[in-house]
Design a protein around this ligand. Structure first.
Ligand code: SAH
Ligand code: SF4
Ligand code: F3S
Length: 441
């Protein structure tokens, strides 16, 4: 009987894509996935540590999963990802049930780590920096649930050092994946039936600067668009500072690049932006948005916002609301500032009380609710191109518009993976009810 694994993933899309890679590695070792952790031989938690809450979640999950060892003493528990990288051995001391630890630096070492753990050793491989052979990880396939849309990690790490953020600690310096390696994976995915390629990195627009032949990110977009079969291209996350004119021009020029962009601004006040060390001002951000809107008409924007950064006053927060009002994002992801160990902002004076953060968050979300309803209404009566991704129930399909909105329409499974044109009959912020007009390709 083959061995079974259960994997639980926290955090961002990059972590999600890492889990897809880990699943591919486990497949090559003969492991089968299971949805039920109680029947697994290997339980893996791919962790996030961006804020305090996900840290706590991981510990409580380990507490639950360790019960597996009562039934199956040979079962292994592994912790990988960003919390593993940040905390290392200390986590095994807190949670002795953990047998295996590694991070995004050394996923390719998983086969050896499983062997070590099976031999009865604690297989903890937390390294100070990425190993020289980390590119080996790209030799493994990913295992994905979505047949038509695939993530492709194009760079690792981040050089930005925003004062609130643990990512540079947990993912290291920026390392761009080579153009050849990316194109090879894209070709492989398209051969498998994938139609939408979603490029990932903490700061994707900085891709290519550190390559042997420094290459602008816009060139990567052109190269990917030339791979036959690539119908759509998305990328996440862009940093406003690196959203250069050539990237905006490429977005406007390449038909496959989707009409959507996630561009975090974090805060509207220039004083707070400076304390965050974001390296741009509110005016710079708004100018980039203006440029995007002019060059890519109808572009759907989304963003990340932190409320309650140390010393944030009511007046500072008003600037954040201003940006939200002016840009009209289709979606915002807002977070209460969470002090992260080892980051400069964690020990800054003027920490904001939780009640104030909660109040500001609520006001921000109330404002956004109105904007989202207004923007959704604009879709009614329009014709959208939708990539059909899933049959939710018999005869009911769901897919996404190029602006990254979920759409529902009636149709059969023969439309799966097809791009169709449909008219929007009814629109709400999280769904467009559509009627099929025709299959495009
Ligand atoms: N590389 C991306 C962000 C990665 S983290 C970028 O720079 O845009 C995802 C989001 O988590 C961030 O955009 C930020 O809004 C939020 N975040 C990061 N650190 C945080 C902290 N200490 N407290 C609260 N939110 C935080
Ligand atoms: Fe963190 Fe800033 Fe890097 Fe984003 S750009 S990952 S917020 S350090
Ligand atoms: Fe979390 Fe690491 Fe992503 S800290 S948000 S999983 S890069």
């Amino acid at each position: 009987m083959s061995k079974k694994y259960f994997i639980k993933t926290f955090g961002c899309q990059m972590n999600f894509n890492d889990s897809e890679r880990i699943r591919g590695i486990l497949r090559t070792l003969g492991y089968e996935p299971t949805e039920n952790w109680e029947e697994a031989d290997l339980i893996l938690l791919n962790t996030c540590t961006i804020r305090e809450k996900p840290d706590q979640k991981v510990l409580s999950h380990i507490g639950e999963y360790k019960k597996i060892k009562e039934k199956n003493p040979n079962a292994l528990i592994g912790v990988c990802g960003c919390l593993a990288q940040r905390v290392g051995w200390e986590l095994v001391q807190k949670a002795p049930a953990v047998d295996i630890m590694f991070s995004s630096f050394n996923m390719h070492q998983l086969p050896e780590l499983i062997n070590q753990a099976q031999a009865g050793y604690k297989a903890v491989a937390i390294l100070d920096s990425p190993p020289e052979d980390e590119d080996k990880v790209w030799d493994f396939p990913t295992e994905r649930d979505n047949l038509y849309c695939a993530y492709v990690t194009i760079m690792k790490g981040c050089d930005k050092n925003c004062t609130y953020c643990v990512v540079p600690q947990t993912r290291g310096k920026e390392r761009s994946r080579s153009l050849e390696s990316i194109l090879e994976e894209v070709r492989r995915l398209v051969d498998d039936g994938v139609r939408e390629i979603h490029l990932l990195g903490q700061n994707v627009t900085a891709w290519g600067k550190d390559l042997e032949r420094p290459t602008p990110f816009s060139e990567l977009l052109y190269e990917i668009s030339k791979v036959p079969g690539v119908e759509r291209i998305r990328f996440t996350t862009g940093h406003p500072r690196d959203l250069t004119d050539d990237v905006i021009e490429a977005m406007a020029d390449i038909p496959q690049v989707c009409n959507a962009l996630h561009l975090p601004f974090q805060a509207g006040s220039n004083r707070i932006l400076e304390l965050m060390d974001r390296k741009y001002t509110k005016e710079f951000y708004l100018e980039r948005i203006q440029r995007l809107k002019e060059s890519v008409p109808g572009i759907a924007l989304s963003t990340d916002i932190i409320v309650g950064f140390p010393t944030e006053t009511e007046e500072d927060f008003e600037h954040t609301l201003d940006v939200v009002r002016e840009v009209e994002f289709e979606q915002i992801f807002s977070f209460k500032f969470s002090p992260r160990p080892g980051t400069p902002a964690a020990t800054m004076e003027g920490q904001v009380p939780d009640e104030v953060k909660t109040d500001r968050m609520k006001r921000l979300l109330d404002l956004q609710k109105g904007i989202m309803s207004k923007l959704a209404k604009r879709y009614e009566g329009t014709v959208q191109e939708i990539l059909v991704e899933e049959e939710r129930e018999e005869g009911v399909l769901i897919g996404r518009t190029t602006t990254n909105k979920w759409a529902t329409l009636k149709g059969g499974s023969e439309l799966l993976g097809k791009i169709v044109r449909a008219e929007v009959r009814e629109a709400s912020p999280f769904n467009l009810n559509c009627e099929l007009l025709e299959v495009v390709r």
